[in-house]
Design a protein around this ligand. Structure first.
Ligand SMILES: Nc1nc2c(ncn2[C@@H]2O[C@H](COP(=O)(O)OP(=O)(O)OP(=O)(O)O)[C@@H](O)[C@H]2O)c(=O)[nH]1
Ligand SMILES: [Mg+2]
Length: 453
């Protein structure tokens, strides 16, 4: 596994969360410390680690959720934040089937370019492309032979001219030859050593300008850790970088540093090298990668569960709803969370919406933005006891919020209808439940808990 140590520590963090009897403040603080330790020892930049853990802490402390889903919610938070720092946005795929595609690989000496040319060639070969490679490295002794040797193993042609000293000429001429011979993906290797770095950058810029590749990929050595950032920046200045390949992620303790540094450049990571052998190479998919690191393979399923939980009102609100004591704000918050997941109808049905007047169902999903503005213009007292909102108050709220009278009236009307509905609902339940709306399983339990039945 890539980043084995980090993976192990993160896996432990997740197991710890799952074992907790309840996720309270202390548990969250302890979890944050474990996370910080794990990421810092994987060489992730201190500022990034603190920013990430601060986000998790804030969300975890401030989001009200049912007890049963809190753990999943926190795991999802960690997952999302890790994707941000370790994966960044996925790199776009610029290779087009049926077209001629030229890929230029650049990078500092020893980063693994030549090895990666062969790995990429094998990857695209398996996808059915006609792949050829070109070597334009005139600096490294035996560079041509090295690539010939590597590509021979996978039956891929290698174009080049060991007698030519001008790398730009080689790159352009040999690529043209390969295109004329009918190859549709041509992967071009470049030099990594030079008299000095400035000249290397100039040479690479010139090759890019003359060759006009579809994509320039930077190959970076993963053992560099955080230093990968300045290297990526430098290459991004010299060329039009499309994506990054991080090599040698097998067994390096600094992998977290390299991944986060590259993600911070905003250039997507497309592949990772995980060994010297040609097939020790993987496509990099941030979601899958972080899922594996956390030891949560079915992260999609988990996200689904959390989203469903988000539409459930928290216990406090349910308690108030059941006693007809809910405020305008309660109603608004519930409607907002339902709208977020787009499952309005479902939740209304769950709450026994058979008896809810049609007007309530239709209008809830619209106009919620206006509700927010109106609520902001109300006093706490008004929100808690909307009965007191008469003509003068309405006028003030309307002027303060810039929202028409009719909207405010409708909002109050909806609130009253909902309140009435809840009252009726409760009375029917108390009478023995007959004739009342049917409760979904989760709600049944809550009713019992709060003495509603
Ligand atoms: N462990 C490990 N080694 C790798 C990986 N990729 C490349 N290497 C090794 O890194 C060394 C340098 O690889 P090259 O492909 O020659 O690097 P280069 O960037 O072409 O180097 P120059 O041509 O000198 O600029 C070789 O010994 C490779 O076997 C990887 O993913 N994991
Ligand atoms: Mg090389």
């Amino acid at each position: 596994m890539v980043l084995e140590k980090l993976g192990r520590s993160l896996d432990n963090v997740i197991r710890k969360i799952r074992r907790l009897p309840q996720v309270d403040k202390d548990a969250i603080n302890a979890l944050i410390q474990d996370l910080q330790r794990a990421l810092l020892s994987a060489d992730v930049k201190v500022e990034l680690v603190f920013e990430m853990t601060e986000n998790i802490k804030k969300e975890a402390m401030n989001t009200k959720l049912q007890k049963a889903r809190r753990k999943d919610f926190i795991i999802k938070l960690i997952h999302d934040e890790l994707i941000k720092i370790l994966g960044g946005k996925p790199a776009p795929i610029r290779i087009k089937p049926g077209k001629k595609n030229v890929i230029l690989l650049v990078g500092i000496q020893g980063s693994g370019k030549t090895t990666t040319v062969a790995k990429l060639a094998k990857y695209y070969l398996a996808k059915g492309f006609k792949v050829a490679t070109v070597t334009s490295d005139t600096w490294r002794p035996g560079a041509y032979e090295q690539l010939v040797q590597l590509t021979e193993k996978i039956g891929v042609r290698c174009f080049g001219n060991p007698n030519e000293k001008n790398s730009i000429k080689i790159a352009v001429k040999e690529t043209k030859k390969a295109i004329l011979e009918g190859f549709d993906i041509i992967i071009v290797d470049t030099a990594g050593r030079h008299k000095e770095e400035k000249e290397l950058m100039e040479e690479i810029t010139k090759i890019e300008q003359s060759l006009k590749p579809n994509e320039v990929i930077l190959v970076i050595d993963g053992t560099l850790g955080q230093q990968a950032y300045s290297q990526a920046e430098e290459f991004a200045k010299a060329t039009n970088l499309g994506s990054i390949i991080i090599t040698k992620l097998d067994g390096t303790a600094k992998g977290g540093g390299a991944l986060s540094a590259c993600a911070a450049t905003g250039v997507g990571i497309r592949f990772i090298g995980i060994g010297e052998k040609i097939d020790e190479f993987e496509e990099f998919e941030p979601i899958k990668f972080v899922g594996t690191l956390l030891g949560v393979p079915d992260i999609e399923g988990l996200i689904q569960k959390v989203q469903e939980a988000e539409v459930m009102p928290d216990q406090e609100t349910i308690k108030r709803l059941m006693h007809g004591k809910f405020t305008l704000e309660d109603l608004y918050e519930q409607l907002k969370s339902i709208k977020k997941v787009g499952k309005m109808k479902q939740i209304l049905t769950m709450m026994g919406a058979g008896n809810i007047p049609d007007v309530l169902k239709d209008d809830m999903e619209k106009g919620l933005e206006k509700w927010e503005v109106v609520l902001n213009s109300m006093t706490q007292q008004e929100k808690e006891n909307p009965k007191i909102i008469k003509k003068t108050r309405k006028r003030r709220i309307s002027i303060g919020s810039g929202v028409e009278y009719s909207v405010i009236n409708k909002m109050l009307d909806q609130y009253n209808q909902m309140k009435k509905f809840m009252k009726r609902f409760m009375q029917m339940r108390k009478k023995g439940g007959k004739g009342g709306p049917k409760l979904p399983p989760g709600f049944d339990q809550l009713f019992k808990q709060f003495g509603g039945l």
